[in-house]
Design a protein around this ligand. Structure first.
Ligand code: SAM
Length: 212
């Protein structure tokens, strides 16, 4: 089901500039329709964000591909922390790419719904309910951290929990629009920061995020 639509989406993402073959392969395999309601299955492969309830969205496929590409995943078994499990689609892409995925969601209902879905689809992601702005210290350091909600600043704990040599991708800005930050940890206290303008995400709410 949806094989043709998935291929069309992959071609669209390539035309839009996605080049990482592992990312392209994963988008071509993971069934996006499983992460949204049945009533929206006919638009599952449009390159748009879609509602998943609780005022949240499954990110636009281009955004998922672009952010994942920035993580520069070049081998299997890398430990990746995702903040904002949401529908589970981004985590499923990382899992498909061979990552060891840890994912945190602050909405309890979404957390329960998505962990059930992971079980049903055989996606082995370590999922936790909580405030992702303080990270998941128990399993740190992470080779990569991906934050899928817009933050007012870069949470300190996430910088701490990133491995030296690791990368963090995080949208930072106000509640209307954000710049995507790519942060490379050079040493324990040295970071290289690049910014990519104009992305829009739902807000990251938490101790080091927005206060609602
Ligand atoms: N990665 C998700 C996907 O593939 O569907 C994107 C989901 S949505 C764009 C962002 C998610 O971040 C929402 O589910 C929201 O509840 C969650 N979120 C916001 N602030 C958070 C926080 N402090 N900790 C964990 N999750 C948070």
């Amino acid at each position: 089901m949806f094989r043709v639509q998935r291929e069309e989406l992959v071609n669209e993402l390539i035309k839009k500039g996605i080049t990482d073959l592992a990312v392209i392969k994963a988008i071509g395999i993971v069934p996006r329709e499983k992460f949204i309601e049945k009533t929206m299955h006919h638009i599952a492969y449009k390159d748009v964000a879609l509602p998943i309830g609780y005022d949240q969205t499954i990110s636009q496929p281009y955004t998922v591909a672009f952010m994942t590409q920035l993580l520069n995943i070049k081998k299997q078994g890398l430990k990746i922390l995702e903040i904002g499990t949401g529908s589970g689609y981004q985590a499923a892409i990382l899992y498909e790419m061979g990552c060891n995925v840890y994912s945190i969601e602050r909405n309890l209902d979404l957390h329960h719904r998505t962990t059930k879905l992971f079980d049903k689809l055989g996606i082995r992601v370590h999922a936790k309910y909580g405030d992702g702005t303080i990270g998941w210290a128990e399993f740190a350091p992470y080779d990569g951290i991906i934050v899928t909600a817009g933050s007012p600043s870069i949470p300190l704990k996430l910088k701490e929990q990133l491995a030296v040599g690791g990368r963090m991708v995080i949208p930072v800005g106000d509640k209307v629009s954000q710049k995507l930050y790519l942060i490379k940890k050079i040493s324990e206290d040295k970071f290289d920061v690049e910014t990519i303008p104009e992305f829009t995400f739902v807000p990251l709410i938490g101790r080091e995020g927005w206060k609602k």
